[in-house]
Structure formats: structure tokens, C-alpha cells
Write a protein that binds this ligand. Structure first.
Ligand SMILES: [Zn+2]
Ligand SMILES: [Zn+2]
Length: 421
């Protein structure tokens, strides 16, 4: 029987990840995300419904909204289909999707629709089946295993075993390198892999990461700012990067690489860090790094001003310094004085304000403070993605979740493209 793999979203883009597999007649969708850019935020659900009127399983790899932000919309289309994910992802997902709905409807100002979406999310959450890593999930004669993917807490790769000893490996967002909050990914062993579907966030740019170097540069930027009595903003993604940076700063203080400073964590990062503390059963907040206080009766901007008076350093979402988000408000306040710093710490999409601030001299001119970028990655660079391919020896590899250049299109799976294996 011919097996199919079709990206419904998240093919040659980072956003709206949604991948349909039809293997031995069993229909599985991995992930259901949203896009950050303007236009339709969802995967092409109409196409999905045409290709698969019924679904046997939905798997969510992790709780970043480009992988789970539309799970409630997908689940409405398939109200009987179980949603498999890890316990950690299940806990993080509800807060992340709720926030994505909130952010969208702040712009649209449509309370009725917003309320309906929360109800759909509740219904979807009731269909979630929590599984541990390596559990056998049996679906109509094929077996699915969730494997640790590194990346962020709870993130999994998906191994699908079928036929006589054959398998497909879907990396999801993956990192072989260990981070402060998660170990590196674990790859399957001894499998005969027909198809490897690999993420390619940093594949085409050829990026490699040197964590130690980035850490030293980050500490240096913090030291220099503190020495000239400036304040620091680190825009962070709420889930993953925020907790990594908190632990990095705490370690830097412990090891004497940066002086003791007061750090406030604001926005959604504050709530997500509380969930991390519960899941990891360890304290992430400490004497120096605290959740930012909230103030009754103050506007958000006034509260930010108050926090900047108290703290030396603010960690806040969004990580890409998107206009109208808390980090943007802090950034504007800090931009007025040359001794302050904004330190970018991760991925910046080309449409984001953070990207323009780094790359457009005209935008930078408006900011008197220092702007730095030290790259920490929760994704494997090109070198690690090659290691994955070489150690799994798949019969065929296709890349998704990335932007191939014009010359690298051959092994890339685009939205709507049908890959047969
Ligand atoms: Zn991710
Ligand atoms: Zn992603």
C-alpha cells in the first residue's frame, strides 16, 4: 500500500505546522499550529478535511503555538479523534493556546468569538491523552512512540512504526544539545527508517551554535551595562527561552561572571515559569530573579516604569519585540538613555520589530540605548541536523519548518505537496 506525507501547513514556513500522514490506511495528523504573519493564521484545514474526512489520531509535539495554537479548531473538525501528547505539553498547551486566542481577539475586539474559542479549547483538552516518552501508542495496527526532542520541556519527536519493521521519524522542533531546562534529544535506535521528516529552522542558513561563546558574550553585555549603571531588557519567548535565560543569569551570578542584580520576569513568561517550577520540581525564581509585581490602578506603561525603577534587568515577552507587546513597551522606555541595553536572545522573523531594530539603521537611530544580539538556540543547527540524518540512515529525508533558498528545494516538502513512500 502506498503511504503518504502531506504538509497542510508548516512546509516552507515557520508557523501553522500541520502534517498529515496516511500510513497503511491509518490517518494521523502531527501538530496544529498558527502563523505569526498577517493573513490566514491557520493551516489549510479545508484541504485536510478533503484528504481525510476522518482522522485516527492527532499528535501534538510541543506547546509552542506554531505547533499547537489551532488545536481547538482542528479538534472541532474531528470531535471524536484523540489528541496524544506528553504530560508536560498538555499542561503548557492550555495556557499557550489560551494566550494566543486572547492576543488575537484583543486586535479583533470580538468577545463572542473569543468566548466560543475558549469553549472549543475546553472541549479539545478533554480529548487529550497524556503519554510518557517511549509509551507504546497503538492505533489500528501501527505504533506511535513519543521520544524526547530536547528543544523545550515536554517536546517530543514522533516515531511511527508500521508494516514489517518499517518506520517514519518526524523530528518536530529538535535540539541534540542539552540546555538548562532539558536534556538533548534522544534518537531512535535500530529502526529501519523509510522516511525522515526533519525540521530545518537553521538548516539552510548553515548556522552552527557555540553555546559557551554566546553565554560569555551575554555575560559581558550584562556586566558592561551594570558597570555604566544602565538597565537591561532581554525580550524572551514565554515558553522555553525565558526559563533558560533565568537559569543562565542565576548561574552567571553564582559563578561571579555577572554582579548580583535584581531581575523581574514579566508577561506570560511569569506564568509559564510557575508551570516549569511545578513540572521540574525545582525553583527557577530565586532571591534575585522574581516575578514582576502587578499594580492595581496603574496603566501597563506606568507599571513598566515602576518595575524599571526597582529592577536592573527585565525579561519579558515577546521575544521578537513585536509592537504592542510588553517587551516593546519596556524597550521604548529603555531606548531613551545610552547607558541602557536591549539584549536579543533568539529567533527574529524578518517581519518583527526586533529584526528591524538589529538590521535597519534608520530604526536603530531612534534607540539611544545599546542593542545587542547573542544567539541561544533551542533548535539544532545544520551540523546537528546532519548528525541526525547520518545516524538514522533513512531511505529518504524531507525537510519542513524552514525557508529553503531557490537552489535547495529538492529535498524540501512544501505545503500541499504529496510525498509518497
Ligand atoms: Zn518550538
Ligand atoms: Zn516550531
Amino acid at each position: 500500500m502506498e503511504n503518504l506525507f502531506i504538509p497542510i501547513g508548516g512546509g516552507s514556513e515557520i508557523g501553522a505546522s500541520c502534517y498529515l500522514y496516511i500510513i497503511d490506511g491509518v490517518k494521523i495528523v502531527i501538530d496544529s499550529g498558527i502563523r505569526f504573519s498577517r493573513g490566514n493564521p491557520y493551516p489549510e484545514f479545508e484541504l485536510l478535511k478533503a484528504l481525510a474526512p476522518e482522522l485516527d489520531a492527532i499528535v501534538i509535539t510541543h506547546a509552542h503555538v506554531d505547533h499547537c495554537g489551532s488545536v481547538h479548531i482542528l479538534s472541532q473538525l474531528y470531535p471524536e479523534t484523540p489528541i496524544y501528547t506528553t504530560n508536560e505539553t498538555a499542561q503548557l498547551l492550555s495556557l499557550m493556546v489560551e494566550d494566543a486566542i486572547k492576543v488575537r481577539f484583543i486586535k479583533e475586539r470580538n468577545c463572542q468569538k473569543e468566548w466560543e474559542e475558549y469553549k472549543l479549547l475546553d472541549k479539545a483538552l478533554s480529548l487529550v491523552e497524556r503519554r510518557d516518552f517511549y509509551d507504546k501508542i497503538e492505533i489500528k495496527g501501527i505504533e506511535i512512540n513519543l521520544l524526547p526532542a530536547g528543544h523545550i520541556l515536554g517536546a517530543s519527536s514522533v516515531l511511527i512504526k508500521y508494516g514489517e519493521g518499517k518506520s517514519v521519524f518526524h523530528t518536530g522542533d529538535i535540539s541534540l544539545s542539552r540546555q538548562e531546562t532539558v536534556e538533548g534529544a534522544k534518537l531512535p535506535k535500530g529502526e529501519s527508517i523509510e522516511l525522515l521528516v526533519s525540521e530545518s529552522t537553521y538548516f539552510y542558513s548553515g548556522k552552527k551554535f557555540n553555546r559557551e561563546e554566546s553565554e560569555e558574550e551575554f555575560f559581558k553585555s550584562v556586566r558592561e551595562t551594570v558597570n555604566r549603571k544602565g538597565k537591561i531588557l532581554v525580550p524572551v519567548f514565554a515558553l522555553g527561552r525565558a526559563q533558560e535565560i533565568i537559569l543562565l543569569i542565576s548561574r552567571g551570578m553564582r559563578e561571579g561572571k555577572i554582579p548580583p542584580i535584581t531581575v523581574y520576569v514579566d508577561g506570560l513568561a511569569r506564568e509559564i515559569t510557575n508551570i516549569y517550577e511545578n513540572l521540574l520540581e525545582k525553583e527557577i525564581f530565586n532571591y534575585y530573579v522574581q516575578p514582576a509585581p502587578t499594580y492595581e490602578g496603574l496603566s501597563f506603561k506606568e507599571a513598566c516604569r515602576e518595575n524599571l525603577r526597582e529592577a536592573d534587568c527585565i525579561l519579558s515577552t515577546s521575544g521578537m519585540l513585536l509592537e504592542g507587546t510588553p517587551s516593546y513597551v519596556y524597550g521604548e522606555l529603555l531606548s531613551k538613555r545610552g547607558e541602557n541595553s536591549i539584549i536579543m536572545s533568539g529567533y527574529l522573523s524578518e517581519e518583527s520589530f526586533g529584526y528591524r531594530l538589529i538590521n535597519d539603521k534608520e530604526v536603530l537611530k531612534r534607540f539611544k540605548c545599546q542593542v545587542r544580539k547573542h544567539h541561544f538556540s533551542a533548535h539544532s543547527g545544520k551540523d546537528e541536523l546532519e548528525v541526525i540524518r547520518e545516524s538514522l540512515l533513512p531511505k529518504r529525508t524531507v525537510f519542513v519548518h524552514g525557508y529553503p533558498g531557490s537552489k535547495d528545494r529538492l529535498n524540501h516538502a512544501f505545503n500541499r505537496e504529496v510525498i509518497r513512500f
